[in-house]
Ligand binder design. Sequence first.
Ligand SMILES: Nc1ncnc2c1ncn2[C@@H]1O[C@H](COP(=O)(O)OP(=O)(O)OP(=O)(O)O)[C@@H](O)[C@H]1O
Length: 355
Amino acid sequence: MAKNALKTVEKKTAVGSPLLDIEDLKVYYNTISGVAQAVDGVNLQIKRGEILGIAGESGCGKSTLTTALLRLTKPPAYVAAGRILFYPLNQQPINLLEVDGPDLRAFRWRNLAYLPQGSMSALNPVLRVKDQFSDVMLEHSEMSKRDALAMVPDLLKQVGLEAYVANMYPHELSGGMKQRVTLAMAIALEPDLLVADEPTTALDVHVQRVIIQMLAGLRDKMGMTVIIVTHDMAVHAELADRVAVMYAGGVVEVGDVRQIFKAPKHPYTRGLIGSIPRIGGERIRLGGIGGNTPSPRNWPTGCRFHPRCPQAMPICSQETPAFLPVANEAGSKVELQPLVACHLYSHPEAEGTSR
Ligand SMILES: Nc1ncnc2c1ncn2[C@@H]1O[C@H](COP(=O)(O)OP(=O)(O)OP(=O)(O)O)[C@@H](O)[C@H]1O
């Protein structure tokens, strides 16, 4: 069996085992007006073969978190604390934050791939599509140029493009085609993890659907883990197995996508879900979330959502709520327990103590 096919079988067998453990991760920015604590104590477990959605308002730290996962943090940002444990197939876990130099270069593309925000402009305008592929594959694997070029038509096919696209330059492609080419390049070396940042923004509805189906297909065909970052809750509803909701630099709730939509626990998640328009049924006024997003240079004390929370209690401004497990809804297929950081669920006297 070819090496790649063997790797795919191994990965599919490993679906459900741990891939990443993010432990108390803090990523800050040095700015003239002080330190911005953009990601401030994130804890998250991610399993092989799952599609995890990361949701939250603009500025809550989604991109800062994912760039740290990919070891792409650049000044003025820096990792202030935490560990990111990565579990390679059949090997001991490694702390991604300690991988450096040639090891890190080898790790990228082969293990971690990135589909950045606005990735359509990430292509080199003076290279034909096939040469962009071979550049990446030659730099990050031991493949010969001939072998790399031979793989291009098949990779293009996987993202629904014809083989002739290999000979085209980026300016000859539509926006949707460029996005597919970038996706095909990201998956060329069959990475364990693909991080897609707003992959459907700025695409028309039809192309959005195609990209969503492709991302879902990667998991099914290759056992790839996908982290999808977007504030478009409809994309999460359609694609994700679990959703992590971020607010003010932290994850406030994570759980089965159906549970997040049907029975959100955290008042912030309820606000997010309540602000999605629905078609059909009675016309209702959308809830939305009052107040403004706080500044990462000066987070509110206690629960950072308390100044905007319709259910705030005195304790909420005083104590930071722990990230605690709550009960899974009946019928959930997700093994990892849902977690919520909210005093409504951590104090027995409070409403909603459904643990
Ligand atoms: N280069 C920078 N210098 C200083 N602060 C920054 C920088 N980049 C981001 N930040 C701050 O970090 C916080 C988190 O930003 P980030 O881009 O991670 O949020 P996001 O949730 O991905 O937002 P969006 O959905 O708009 O992309 C924001 O408050 C932002 O102001």
